[in-house]
Design a protein around this ligand. Structure first.
Ligand SMILES: Nc1ncnc2c1ncn2[C@@H]1O[C@H](COP(=O)(O)OP(=O)(O)OP(=O)(O)O)[C@@H](O)[C@H]1O
Ligand SMILES: [Mg+2]
Length: 253
């Protein structure tokens, strides 16, 4: 497989997710243009960029949730299959009035491996219970999801992703507006997933936290502005390219 070079490259590991020439348009507006990058396992990759940069579209394009104009997505050298990915959509896109309990939501993580028409068996229920426990939400099993705080909801959705036993985790702004204990749990679970060789990518919008949260950063605004370590990427001239002048000044302040 021929890899597209990215602006800054580290070593290439096995089990990487490789995105080549991804372009997406909604109607007449082009949101992503020729995005090529490689997301490696073993670290947490932050996907950063201003509002409307195409960060959510990047994840959806990889997952095949939006039609792509061009683009090839490979994982371990093969075409990516949707069941290999656990995806947490941006919170604002989830219908929180959906009448489901915490347990229902976590069990949904088992639907793909089990198939819609088959009952979720003992092993699936066990995995779902373990996942719920891992995020510290086992006491909320029977609560309607809509009655939880934002942080608790994100923990439940992370449990659903864990129950799915995917190889790749794609999370869209999971830390937005959540409490500190939930943030710590989420981050610790993501770290463990990365340490155990999963590909973990997280859309995030706080540049300050990016330095401590992420091992690698992909800076996007329609195109890839840069990819590399946070120190390599979070430089004024690159941020200016991504965010424009005012953001650079804000950061310096
Ligand atoms: N389904 C859609 N139909 C038409 N335009 C869309 C659609 N989804 C997103 N867009 C537009 O595409 C652009 C990129 O959207 P996207 O949601 O990917 O950006 P983002 O970087 O995730 O932004 P945010 O930080 O606000 O979440 C925006 O201008 C948005 O308005
Ligand atoms: Mg978004």
């Amino acid at each position: 497989m021929k890899e597209q070079p990215t602006p800054i490259r580290l070593h290439s590991a096995r089990g990487s997710l490789s995105v080549q020439d991804l372009s997406v348009r909604y109607g007449s507006s082009r949101v992503l243009r020729g995005v090529s990058c490689e997301i490696r396992p073993g670290g947490i990759t932050g996907i950063l960029g201003p509002n409307g940069a195409g960060k959510s579209t990047f994840l959806k394009g990889i997952l095949g949730l939006v039609p792509v104009e061009t683009g090839v997505v490979r994982y371990k050298g093969q075409n990516l299959r949707s069941e290999q990915v656990a995806y947490l959509p941006q919170r604002s896109l989830i219908d929180w009035t959906f009448p489901a309990t915490v347990w229902d939501v976590v069990l949904m993580g088992r639907v793909k491996p089990t198939g819609w028409l088959r009952r979720i068996g003992r092993q699936g229920r066990q995995r779902a219970a373990q996942a719920l426990e891992r995020v510290g939400m086992q006491d909320y099993r029977d609560r309607p999801i809509g009655q939880l705080s934002g942080g608790q909801q994100q923990r439940v959705f992370l449990a659903r992703a864990l129950a799915q036993e995917a190889e790749i985790y794609a999370l869209d702004e999971p830390f937005a507006g959540i409490d500190h204990p939930s943030e710590a749990i989420l981050f610790q679970v993501l770290r463990e997933l990365a340490d155990s060789g999963h590909v973990v990518m997280v859309v995030h919008h706080d540049l300050g936290q990016a330095l401590t949260y992420f091992d690698e950063v992909l800076l996007l605004n329609q195109v890839v502005i840069a990819q590399g370590s946070p120190a390599q990427v979070l430089q004024p001239h690159l941020l200016q390219q991504a965010y424009g002048h005012s953001m650079t000044l804000d950061l310096a302040a």
